[in-house]
Design a protein around this ligand. Structure first.
Ligand SMILES: C[S@@+](CC[C@H](N)C(=O)[O-])C[C@H]1O[C@@H](n2cnc3c(N)ncnc32)[C@H](O)[C@@H]1O
Length: 260
């Protein structure tokens, strides 16, 4: 399932996947990405910390799902490869775990294919997560995951590009294709002071972004049993509700649910 190279990578234009890579301390970014990331950090100094918290949550939730017997994961909006990657976190628990990485950004997909998809049981392809029919058709074609088996569906750090109504439809559509016992793992940036989102959004991306309320975020898990400690800030999901929250107004709101 190799992607063809995009006709031209415009290095002068920052890109969400590479900005996030820079925030995580990665090297797959250009000066335009670094400039935007630094601009964002001036607006929200805790953003780098939030990116790390987000990654830590994804790995912790994947590990818990794997401990619970989930052997395969569909990582939607997977981003540029980072460490630990989803398959690395899953394979700490189950060395045979399989992962399909999906991203809309061709650069992220090509990196994922060259850096990650060498090993058995890992694939990466380009698709829009808001088009579940296409994602699931391509997944069938790749033949890597068996959706009749419990599957971990990950939508991490990307739900802010999707309106709440559509997110509810999407999680329902993905969950409809997998059996009981499957996990849904979601995280999203959450700004304590909502007025900051109006400053942050145009700086971050030209695309429309959505700030999801706690109630909306919780509704994305309809049809699942939310696992303890519930819908909480990332550090509290990992370490328990007594963990101190970050000392800034930007949080990563997280949750995981098991399909009934
Ligand atoms: C902030 S990164 C998150 C990466 C990773 N999921 C994580 O949490 O560590 C967001 C990623 O979502 C991708 N993305 C944005 N909209 C998307 C869409 N509609 N379908 C698939 N991927 C999308 C971006 O290209 C980017 O790589």
């Amino acid at each position: 399932m190799a992607e063809t190279l995009p006709p031209k990578i415009d290095m002068s234009q920052p890109n969400v996947a590479r900005v996030y890579d820079y925030l995580l301390g990665g090297k797959d970014n250009f000066s335009s990405d670094r400039e935007l990331a630094e601009q964002l950090l001036r607006i929200v100094p805790g953003m780098r910390e939030s990116a790390r918290d987000n990654r830590a949550f994804v790995c912790a939730a994947v590990a818990r799902a794997a401990e619970g017997g989930v052997t395969q994961f569909l990582d939607l909006g997977a981003g540029l490869p980072t460490h630990p990657a989803t398959h690395e976190a899953a394979r700490e628990i189950n060395p045979d775990a399989r992962v399909a990485y999906v991203d809309i950004d061709p650069v992220a997909v090509i990196h994922a294919q060259s850096l990650l998809a060498k090993g058995d049981g890992v694939t990466a392809f380009r698709a829009d997560l808001t088009d579940p029919a296409t994602v699931l058709a391509r997944l069938d074609l790749a033949g890597m995951l068996d959706l009749s088996q419990p599957t971990g569906i990950i939508i991490a750090g990307v739900a802010h590009f999707v309106a709440a109504d559509l997110m509810r439809e999407l999680t329902a559509a993905y969950l409809a294709r997998v059996p009981a016992g499957s996990w849904l793992i979601i995280s999203v940036g959450h700004v304590e002071d909502e007025s900051e989102t109006t400053t942050l959004q145009p700086a971050y991306t030209a695309a429309e972004t959505f700030h999801h309320s706690l109630a909306d975020f919780t509704s994305f898990f309809t049809g699942t049993d939310i696992v303890p400690p519930g819908i909480v800030e990332a550090r509290r999901w990992i370490a328990g509700v007594s963990a101190p929250p970050p000392q800034h107004g930007v949080y990563v709101l997280t949750g995981a649910g098991i399909k009934r």
